[in-house]
Every structure is written in C-alpha cells, then in structure tokens.
Design a protein. Structure first.
Length: 239
C-alpha cells in the first residue's frame, strides 16, 4: 500500500483539490510546479499562498505536507506558439483544438515529476487532468495517462502510479469533492486563493474566485460553481 505521493500543483482549483485528496489519502505528500513562462504566471504566486493557507488552516494535513519543488521549464514556453504562452486571442485552430493547448506540456510535466519522484522515493504521482470538463487536450486523456504510467515505469525501472482523481468528473463535481474533503473552509480557500484565469486576472472578484470571467478556464470554473451551489441548495431543500 502506497503511503507517499507527489502532486502536480499549479495553484489552480483542480490541482488544489487533488492536493487535498492526496493529503487525505497519504502520509507524506510533496508538491511540484512548473514555470514555463505561462501568460498567467500569477498562478505561481497563488500556489505559494495556497500551500501556506493549507498549512495554517488544516493542522492534520500540515504535518503530512512536505517539500515543494518549482522547476524552471522556460524551454516549453520558447517552443510553444499558444495563447497560454503568447499575447494572442483565444480561438479554435484548424486541428479542432483550442490554441490554449500547449503541445507536450503534460508529457513534460509528468516526465520531470517522475524524475523528482524517483529521487524523493514517491511512487504515486497525482495530477488534475480531466476528460470530462476539458477542451479536448489529448494529453489530458485517460489513455495518455495510462501510456505515460507504463512508459515512466519502464524507462526508470521503478513502478509508478499516476493517479487522476478528477478524470471522470465535471467542474461542479470538483467543487463538491473539495467540500467533501475539507468542508466550507477548503471551498473558501479555493475561491479566495487559487488561480485559474488564463489572463492572470486577480482584480475582478466573483463568487467563484478571481478572473476575467471570459476565458475558457473562467467559464468552466464559473459554470461549475453555479451548478455546485444549485445542487447544494437542492440537497438542503430535500430535492
């Protein structure tokens, strides 16, 4: 039975929920993030605050939360021509994928995470990829995760488990998961301190958190929160 894990933690809603999941499940949890010169680099500041708040507000989790690793992945930003690494408008490409897709991003993230996990003796790698509420990114699919798990285990001659707690749930269910893991305090922490907006907007505050309310990430987060609140209200009324 595994007792330790490494969580890919960006500072956003999904990875914060995955971090809470790991802290409930494992005895030792470390985190890893990547600076790939993303347009919304404010998420790198958010991740530091979220880690601090978790340590302060959840004592039982604080003792499990270990070292944080932040890797410089500037090369990814330099080879990517996407709206997440360039000041360009969001649009759909002729390939059918949105120009928010950063080719190879999750493949590189997982490879580097596995290298850190190898050194730190962390057999489980937790990532917030999802095949339900996503933009069609091929590197978020369950098949990709299974293939990466096999490739990394073979290539490093060490058995890894890539865990994807959000793979088959939508954003409303992600909010519900956060509530189930840490109650209203965790939901409030996610609203106030995580960052998801692709434009890096930390000025406009909404009931679901900060963001421009127009980019694809904000729309998903806002719609999911609306459904989550409605479902909570329905449950309270006995519907």
């Amino acid at each position: 039975m595994h007792t330790s894990a490494l969580v890919l933690f960006s500072g956003g809603q999904d990875s914060a929920t995955c971090l809470a999941h790991a802290l409930r499940q494992y005895q030792r949890v470390e985190t890893i993030g990547f600076d790939y010169r993303q347009r919304h680099r404010v998420e790198l500041d958010a991740r530091v605050v979220v880690l601090q708040k978790i340590r302060e507000q959840f004592p039982a989790w604080s003792v499990k939360l270990g070292q944080d690793h932040l890797l410089d992945l500037a090369v990814l930003g330099s080879v990517s021509e996407t709206s997440l690494t360039r000041e360009t408008a969001f649009k759909m490409e002729s390939s059918g994928l949105p120009n928010t897709f950063v080719p190879g991003r999750n493949l590189l993230f997982l490879t580097l995470a596995a290298a850190v996990a190898y050194r730190r003796d962390l057999p489980v790698i937790v990532t917030g990829v999802c095949e339900t509420d996503f933009s069609g990114y091929p590197d978020c699919r369950d098949d990709t995760m299974k293939a990466m798990q096999l490739a990394l285990s073979l290539g490093m001659d060490k058995r890894y488990l890539i865990e994807t707690p959000l793979m088959w749930i939508d954003k409303a269910a992600t909010w519900h998961m956060a509530h189930a893991l840490g109650g209203q305090p965790l939901v409030d922490l996610i609203v106030e301190h995580t960052h998801t907006c692709y434009l890096g907007d930390r000025v406009h505050r909404h009931v679901w958190g900060y963001g421009c309310a127009e980019c694809p990430a904000c729309v998903l987060r806002a719609n999911g929160h609306t459904r989550y609140v409605a479902e909570l209200a329905g449950t309270a009324l006995g519907h």
